[in-house]
Design a binder for this molecule. Structure first.
Ligand code: NAD
Length: 426
């Protein structure tokens, strides 16, 4: 177990962006320097080497991480991702974003994140299960329903959470569904969790369009990333709000039709073929870079981090950007977008729907009493709308952009918790 201090010299753009945004919020709040220093660091970091036996009998090892940034406002909460690029700095940045996200929508959680540096497409189902169980065993000492609660993230899903929950329950000797969220409904998962992040992105989009005097009906929307977040965001905006989805993409490239894509047909194709590149319906094939620069009302980056940078920010032709992914915009790009008058609904607000329903799942697990999907959707919608309204008011009052306003609110809540708890007694 090691604790290391993140520094400004980081090479990781997402960590650099997060720390820079933290610093701006600290200055605006005129926050005590010591409290700011606590928030610039992570509480606990664990790096593990995870060995597994492959199906053909070899032993291979992977590097895994769990970082808890803050537990000031409650148990730390955050996803686990499987991706070859996972590294300690990325996990730190994502843990910090989780602290801020939970505070931004006023959940009683702190922030954490975890991951394994692995390409899961190269592993069989059995190998993935062995990897997840071994990782769970190694990080078990710092997890727990009242301590640190994982959830799915990139390339992990409800099956991953089921293995993790089973492993940790075995460790404790009794069924403990509150240890993870994003589980299958049959194991104490919440109805409405799978769609929750995308639904939250859709709600944030509609709220922002209304504030700008625009209607979601017929709005031209571009979605980068057609995975969990992007799929539900696009389909809910299309089906429930009448938006026109003019472009979507996945890692293999994008599809574009200025008059609106045929989503039901594309969804049927994706179900069969898994990827967009082999779709040969009524759409032009474009690259992810081209997709980001399409003229549209709303651009929703829902794939990975660092997509809008100083190299393409001046070419973005969207009226509004709604960040479904974590950290899709770099600090430099954010300044350019602000100068160009492009409104950004920041990640820690726009994609908070997932952690909001994770919170509902945790509450249901602790009570062993489960809600219908309508109740989950209604509560999610209420929480997203009130959080949006609060952030929007703060932005108007202080004449700030939405990101700065949300950071201010979130940092203030965490700082108050640190102070009131007396982390540092003089
Ligand atoms: P996912 O793996 O289900 O989907 C990711 C999508 O992005 C896929 O369509 C994939 O093909 C595409 N993609 C991957 N690499 C790409 C690249 N280089 N260029 C373009 N597209 C690429 O993941 P997800 O759960 O939808 O998460 C997406 C983002 O949203 C991540 O930043 C994640 O941290 C964030 N997020 C997810 C949740 C959640 O509940 N799933 C909650 C909050 C934030």
């Amino acid at each position: 177990m090691s604790t290391t201090i993140p520094t400004e010299e980081t090479q990781n753009p997402m960590l650099a962006t997060t720390l820079a945004l933290f610093d701006t919020a600290f200055e605006r709040l005129e926050l005590d320097e010591g409290i700011a220093e606590i928030m610039r660091q992570t509480e606990l970091e664990m790096t593990v080497t995870v060995p597994i036996a492959t199906d053909d009998g070899r032993i291979v090892t992977f590097r895994g991480y769990r970082v808890q940034h803050s537990s000031a406002r409650g148990p730390s909460k955050g996803g686990i991702r499987y991706h070859p690029d996972v590294n300690i700095e990325e996990v730190r940045a994502l843990a910090m974003l989780m602290t801020l996200k939970c505070a931004a929508v006023n959940l009683p959680f702190g922030g954490a994140k975890g991951g394994i540096s692995v390409d899961p497409s190269q592993l069989s189902m059995h190998e993935l299960e062995r990897l997840t169980r071994r990782f769970a065993k190694m990080i078990a000492p710092i997890l727990g329903g009242k301590r640190d609660i994982p959830a799915p993230d990139m390339n992990t899903n409800e099956q991953t959470m089921a293995w993790l929950m089973d492993e940790l329950s075995s460790h404790r000797g009794y069924f403990s569904p509150e240890i993870t969220t994003g589980k299958p409904v049959i194991l104490g998962g919440s109805k409405g969790r799978t769609e929750a992040t995308g639904r939250g992105v859709a709600i944030a989009t509609v709220e922002m369009l209304h504030k700008l005097g625009m209607s979601p009906e017929g709005a031209k929307v571009v979605v980068q990333g057609y995975g969990n977040v992007g799929f539900y965001a696009a389909n809910i905006l299309h089906d429930e709000y009448g938006a026109q989805i003019i472009a979507i993409s996945d890692v293999t490239g994008g599809l574009y039709n200025a008059n609106g894509l045929d989503l039901p047909e594309i969804n049927a194709h994706v179900k069969r073929a898994r990827v967009l590149e082999s779709y040969n319906g009524d759409a032009e094939h474009i690259t992810n870079a081209e997709l980001l620069e399409l003229p549209c009302d709303v651009l929703a980056p829902c794939a990975i981090e660092n997509q809008i940078t100083e190299h393409n920010a001046d070419k973005i032709r969207a009226r509004v950007i709604v960040e479904g992914a974590n950290g899709p915009t770099t600090f430099e790009a954010d300044q350019i977008l602000q100068e160009r008058g492009i409104t950004v609904v920041p990640d820690i607000l726009a994609n908070a729907g997932g952690v909001i329903v994770s919170y509902f799942e945790w509450v249901q697990d602790l009570q062993f009493y489960f809600w219908e999907v309508e109740e989950v959707r209604e509560k999610l919608s209420r929480r997203m709308r009130s959080s949006f309204a609060h952030a929007y008011e703060a932005a108007q009052e202080r004449e700030l952009d939405m990101r700065s306003a949300v950071y201010l609110l979130a940092v203030d809540r965490v700082a108050q918790a640190i102070q009131k708890r007396g982390f540092v007694t003089l």
